[in-house]
Write a protein that binds this ligand. Structure first.
Ligand SMILES: [Zn+2]
Length: 253
């Protein structure tokens, strides 16, 4: 990131809660913001909140037909409506119509996507790749200003793979993953942390829109380098478990 460049201010920003219908911090926050969007406003922009997967939220399940967050490929978004298609494919088209279309000039400038994990990992900031300049600067800003838990960065896109997540319909995006929280449970402490993470991210956008210069930086980020299965018995049954030293979590209570 040595070269300097000037990006346009962000005016159309959206946030999805409940892309997975059993991850409660984002669902409760989005419902709160839909009633009272004041805290999503800054001087230069305002954020539009929405519920990602309303049917899954109603049932308090991750999804009803298929995982919504893997449904935003160009192939699925441009497929013809079919009677027997999963609910999420139609919902993805709706979201693409409202906040995209993906890859077009009309698409929203930025989308946040709020998730919880059962893993004891604190906050994780998920970006497609390190080439996404604005989200990477946002991650750097959040890491510097947010102190409640570690904020690791995960780059999810494999080389040559197409983006498929909900925030890929906007021009840029960031997913916030916060844990540990059991599915279907609202923990007030994690609710407050997610709210604070969002406030921090919006502060960054406001500074960016006002012309603040963000210098180049070095940053640590995680990528998938391979998958490792559990050891198994000859009949395929798992023969091991995660070591308690790894299960305890990574540096915070
Ligand atoms: Zn999720």
């Amino acid at each position: 990131m040595a070269a300097s460049c000037r990006l346009k201010p962000l005016s159309r920003v959206a946030v999805s809660g409940g892309t997975h219908g059993n991850e409660m911090s984002g669902i409760y926050l989005a419902k709160h913001w839909l009633r009272d969007p004041m805290e999503l406003r800054r001087g230069s922009f305002a954020v539009t909140p929405f519920l990602g997967n309303p049917r899954a939220i109603e049932k308090c399940e991750r999804y009803v037909g298929q995982d919504l967050n893997h449904t935003f490929t160009t192939e699925l978004l441009s497929s013809a409506e079919a009677e027997d298609e999963p609910y999420e494919v139609g919902r993805a088209r709706e979201i693409n119509q409202t906040y995209g279309p993906k890859g077009s000039a009309q698409a929203f400038d930025f989308m946040f996507d709020l998730h919880n994990t059962t893993a004891n990992m604190g906050a994780c900031l998920i970006v497609d790749s390190e080439e996404s300049l604005l989200p990477m600067h946002m991650c750097h800003y959040i890491q510097t200003h947010y102190k409640w838990s570690p904020c690791r960065i995960y780059l999810y896109k494999l080389p040559g793979e197409e983006t498929y997540s909900i925030d890929s319909v906007a021009k840029a995006g960031l997913a916030l993953e916060l844990g540990p929280q059991p599915q279907r449970v609202v923990r007030a402490d994690l609710f407050a942390q997610m709210r604070a993470l969002m406030a921090c991210a919006l502060d960054f956008i406001e500074l960016f829109n006002k012309g603040t210069v963000f210098p180049a930086f070095e940053i640590e980020a995680y990528k998938i380098t391979g998958r490792m299965d559990y050891p198994r018995y000859p009949n395929g049954e798992i023969s091991a478990m995660v070591h308690p030293k790894l299960q305890v979590g990574v540096g915070w209570e």
